[in-house]
Design a protein around this ligand. Structure first.
Ligand SMILES: Nc1nc2c(ncn2[C@@H]2O[C@H](COP(=O)(O)OP(=O)(O)O)[C@@H](O)[C@H]2O)c(=O)[nH]1
Ligand SMILES: [Mg+2]
Length: 291
């Protein structure tokens, strides 16, 4: 695959987007779940523009913060807050960091109640829709809010089904939604990071390309120690993959590197968090100054 942009918009994504628009009609606020390791690539400009147009109250949760670099997460939170958003970070499965959810939801509920009173609408339970790209932790977060296992979770994109409001966090009505991916993913680099974190299906990119571009990103960030370290690392993604396989001794006949096996190993180590807590995207400079 040599294209610099990967076009991705299967029918089910289009349908999911239309359904989401309907669900949002009934929502008062939107909880936008981002992947803490990919805070930029897990945003969705079209979806966010649609939410702004509809005037929905929006707040961001960086999930999987336990897998990300804590300092980078702090910078990203500062950055989102400087852009005027409410934002918190947490582990959606184990709950660390989730304490900040309750006060944030309380503030939101108060604003919603005020808005309804101003419009002379009857008071009712505020409604929250949980959105985000696939596999970022939406259903896990909803389960936390509900306090029992309600939404289906899974480590592959696309396991969220059904459509229902459930009572959560006291007086909220909350709805889970299937992951919505944006139609074009710019660059193999970004596609590889999305594949490594499970936000796009494995079939979207051959594992060797995913691993090679992931390695290149890690080297660029100075975070490749689990796979490759030292000076004089090659500059090209596929050379990095080969070098990794050579150092691991993943060889075929004739001392050729088994790049397929190397790629599987790299992706597995990364996905299991054994490469350390790594954030694959750093916030833009403008947001880090003064953080
Ligand atoms: N380590 C970690 N894993 C998480 C977190 N949130 C979700 N997961 C895992 O990521 C996978 C996808 O989670 P899920 O809630 O189904 O994501 P969804 O597709 O956005 O609804 C599951 O295997 C979860 O156990 C988190 O904060 N930390
Ligand atoms: Mg889900």
């Amino acid at each position: 695959m040599t294209d610099s942009a990967y076009s991705w918009f299967p029918g089910h994504m289009r349908r999911a987007m239309r359904r989401l628009e309907q669900d949002l009609e009934m929502a008062d606020a939107v909880l936008f779940v981002l992947e803490a390791r990919l805070p930029e690539s897990s945003r969705h400009p079209e979806l966010e523009a649609m939410l702004r147009k509809r005037g929905r109250l929006l707040f961001y949760v960086l999930a999987k913060a336990d897998l990300a670099d804590p300092a980078a997460t702090e910078s990203w939170l500062t950055c989102l807050r400087e852009q005027g958003h409410q934002a918190i970070a947490l582990n959606a499965v184990k709950g660390s960091g989730a304490g900040a959810l309750t006060p944030t939801l309380e503030k939101l509920a108060a604003r919603i109640a005020e808005q309804r009173a101003r419009k002379k609408l009857n008071p009712r339970d505020p409604r929250l829709v949980v959105v985000g790209i696939p596999n970022v932790g939406k259903s896990s977060l909803l389960n936390r809010l509900v306090g029992r296992k309600r939404a289906m979770t899974g480590d592959r994109p696309g396991v969220t089904r059904g459509k229902q409001w459930v009572v959560a966090a006291g007086r909220w009505q909350v709805m889970d939604t299937p992951g919505i991916l944006y139609p074009r993913i710019e660059g193999m680099d970004r596609l590889a990071c999305l594949a490594a974190t499970g936000c796009v299906r494995e079939e979207a990119i051959p594992s060797e390309e995913a691993a090679a571009y992931l390695l290149a990103r890690l080297v660029k960030l100075g975070q490749s120690q689990a796979f490759l370290s030292g000076e004089d690392l090659p500059g090209e993604p596929f050379e990095l993959l080969e070098e990794t396989g050579r150092r691991k001794g993943f060889l075929l006949k004739g001392a050729r590197v088994d790049t397929e096996r190397t790629a599987r190993w790299v992706l597995q180590v990364f996905r299991e968090g054994r490469a350390g807590r790594i954030t694959l995207e750093l916030p833009p400079n403008a947001c880090t100054t003064g953080a």
